[in-house]
Ligand binder design. Structure first.
Ligand code: HEC
Length: 141
């Protein structure tokens, strides 16, 4: 390597490392924003996430909201024999068992059926599941 080439390499290296230090806080924040993962994991109960799972600062969701988010897939179509919202005949015998039994089914599921515990909504609070059951029961009699 000639002497002038060596000098050039050193100069380039120096200016690159200088550039790395020359960032403002703003630029650094912009870079961090750009390279952060796309789908950030938000654990149940972690209210620090932007789209906090369920029990966000706004409090529990209404039964209707929970129904739309977690129960509708089966309970609006009747998938797997799920009693449909508004289908009075399908709910009469169930409602006769009493609200407590139905709340329990919502929370713990119905063994041996497609009704799994919490309708599969593990991020839903007990209060929200009970509200969703009440919403379905009230709308089906
Ligand atoms: C994967 C499909 C599925 C989802 C999602 C689902 N359910 Fe169900 N659900 C069913 C099926 C199937 C039954 C009928 C079970 C049976 O045969 O008694 C049922 C029955 C019920 C019953 C009546 C149980 C009884 O004791 O008679 C309640 C209450 C209920 N679901 C609440 C909910 C709530 C609340 C949610 C949402 C948080 C939900 N379900 C989500 C499939 C589902």
């Amino acid at each position: 390597m000639t002497k002038s080439l060596k000098t050039l390499v050193i100069l380039i290296a120096a200016s690159l490392s200088l550039a790395a230090f020359a960032q403002t806080d703003e630029q650094r924040a912009a870079i961090i924003e750009r390279i952060k993962p796309h789908g950030q994991v938000c654990m149940a109960g972690d209210s620090s996430c932007a789209t906090a799972t369920v029990a966000a600062a706004s409090g529990p969701r209404s039964g209707e909201d929970v129904y739309n988010a977690a129960c509708m897939a089966c309970h609006s179509t009747g998938a797997g024999g799920a009693p449909k919202l508004g289908d009075v005949a399908a709910w009469t015998d169930r409602i006769a068992k009493g609200r407590d039994v139905l709340h329990d089914s919502g929370l713990n599921g119905v063994a041996g059926t497609g009704m799994i515990a919490r309708g599969g909504c593990m991020a839903c609070s007990d209060e929200e599941i009970v509200a969703a059951v009440d919403y379905m029961v009230d709308g089906s009699q």
